[in-house]
Design a binder for this molecule. Structure first.
Ligand SMILES: Nc1nc2c(c(=O)[nH]1)N[C@H]1C(S)=C(S)[C@@H](COP(=O)(O)O)O[C@H]1N2
Ligand SMILES: [Mo]
Length: 322
C-alpha cells in the first residue's frame, strides 16, 4: 500500500479564494496580506454553527433543494480530483488533458449481463433528470449543485444483478498520460469507491453526466460521475470506467489510505467527529446574489436527506459503521 500523504487539511486551511476575498472585504482589509486574513479568520471557521432550515426547503423526494445554487464559477474551480493534483484549483487548471470522449464503461461481477459498453449504450434508454443536491465534503465545506443525470438504480437494474450481489464497486480511470496527479502517491490508484446495493439503488443516487445544463466539466468528473448526496463528497467518485457487482464489501481508496478517518459508509453525521476536526458544521459556498460568499451552517444528519435514506441504516450503530 502506498503512503498516505496528508489528504485533508483542517477546515481553517482550506478557505477558498472567493471566500477569503469576501471576508477581507467585510473586515475592511485589502488583498495585500492574505496570510494575515487567514490567521485572523481561523477563529471564525471554528465558531459555533448558526441554525439552519435547509431541509425544510427540499422537495419531498429530496430531488431538488430550493437553496441557492453555488455559482458555476465556484462549482467548476474549487474541486477535489486528486488525479489532477491535491490543490483545490489544480483540477480546473490541469484537467484539460482528460479525454471524456470516446468513453467506455466495464460492467463486471455478480450480474447476468456484463461486458464493455460505450457510454452512449450504457446510458441510452434512460431519460436524463434534473437534480439539485447539497454536496458536503468531509473537509467541512459544502455546495449546492444543479446536476443532470440518470438514477444509478435504473441503470444497474438493466444488468440484472444476481442474488449474490450485495455491493457495487466503482473505479475511476487511472491513466498517467491524461492524469498528471497519479504520478504522486497521494492515494492508492485507481480511485475506488463502493456502495451497498440498496444504497446504489436508492432513487437519490445519481450517475451525473452534466451540471448547470452543460456536459460535466472535466474537473467535475467527466463524462460520468456518481453523486451520493447523503454521504461525504469523496463517495461521489468521478470519471468512472468500471462498475462491479460484488458479494463482499469492496475496498475504497480513502479507507485504504486512512481507515481510522474514512469508513466505508461515510454517511454525513454531525455526531461523529473526524479524528482531526469536528463535523458539526460546514462552510456553505453560497450562490450568486449572496453578499457573503460563505456562511457557516449546522451540518445535518445524512446531510439533510434523512427522510429519504435513514431507514436503510435502522438498527446499525452509525458510530461504529462511520
Ligand atoms: N476520482 C476521484 N473522484 C473524486 C475525488 C478524487 O480525488 N478522485 N474527490 C472526491 C471528493 S473528496 C469530493 S469532495 C468530490 C468533489 O466533487 P466536485 O469537485 O465536483 O465538487 O469528488 C470526489 N470524487
Ligand atoms: Mo471531499
Amino acid at each position: 500500500m502506498r503512503r498516505f500523504d496528508y489528504p485533508a487539511p483542517p477546515p481553517s486551511e482550506i478557505t477558498p479564494e472567493p471566500v477569503y476575498r469576501a471576508r477581507r472585504q467585510l473586515l475592511g482589509l485589502g488583498l495585500a496580506s492574505p496570510l494575515l486574513a487567514l490567521a485572523g479568520c481561523a477563529g471564525a471557521e471554528d465558531a459555533a454553527p448558526v441554525a439552519t432550515a435547509v431541509a425544510a426547503t427540499d422537495s419531498p423526494d429530496g430531488f431538488r433543494t430550493r437553496e441557492a445554487p453555488t455559482r458555476w464559477e465556484d462549482v467548476t474551480s474549487y474541486n477535489n480530483f486528486y488525479e489532477f493534483g491535491t490543490g483545490k484549483a489544480d483540477p480546473a487548471r490541469n484537467a484539460h488533458t482528460l479525454k471524456p470522449s470516446p468513453w467506455a464503461v466495464v460492467v463486471g461481477g455478480e450480474a447476468e449481463l456484463t461486458g464493455t459498453f460505450g457510454l452512449e449504450d450504457f446510458l441510452r434508454p434512460h431519460a436524463v433528470q434534473d437534480r439539485i443536491y447539497r454536496l458536503r465534503c468531509v473537509e467541512g465545506w459544502s455546495m449546492v449543485v444543479p446536476w443532470q443525470g440518470v438514477p444509478l438504480g435504473e441503470v444497474l437494474r438493466r444488468f440484472k444483478p444476481t442474488s449474490r450481489a450485495k455491493y457495487v464497486a466503482f473505479t475511476t480511470l487511472a491513466d498517467p498520460v491524461q492524469m498528471p496527479g497519479i504520478r504522486f502517491p497521494a492515494l492508492d490508484w485507481p480511485y475506488r469507491e463502493g456502495l451497498r446495493l440498496d444504497e446504489a439503488m436508492n432513487p437519490l443516487t445519481l450517475l451525473a453526466t452534466g451540471l448547470y445544463g452543460k456536459p460535466l466539466p472535466n474537473q467535475n468528473g467527466a463524462p460520468l460521475r456518481l453523486v451520493v448526496p447523503w454521504k461525504y463528497g469523496f463517495k461521489s467518485i468521478k470519471s468512472i470506467v468500471r462498475i462491479d457487482f460484488t458479494e463482499r464489501m469492496p475496498a475504497t481508496s480513502w479507507n485504504l489510505a486512512q481507515p481510522s478517518e474514512y469508513g466505508f459508509y461515510s454517511n454525513v453525521n454531525p455526531d461523529v467527529d473526524h479524528p482531526r476536526w469536528s463535523q458539526r458544521s460546514e462552510r456553505r459556498i453560497a450562490g450568486e446574489g449572496n453578499r457573503v460568499f460563505a456562511e457557516r451552517i449546522a451540518t445535518l444528519p445524512f446531510n439533510g436527506y434523512g427522510a429519504q435514506v435513514a431507514a436503510m441504516y435502522s438498527g446499525m450503530d452509525l458510530r461504529k459503521w462511520f
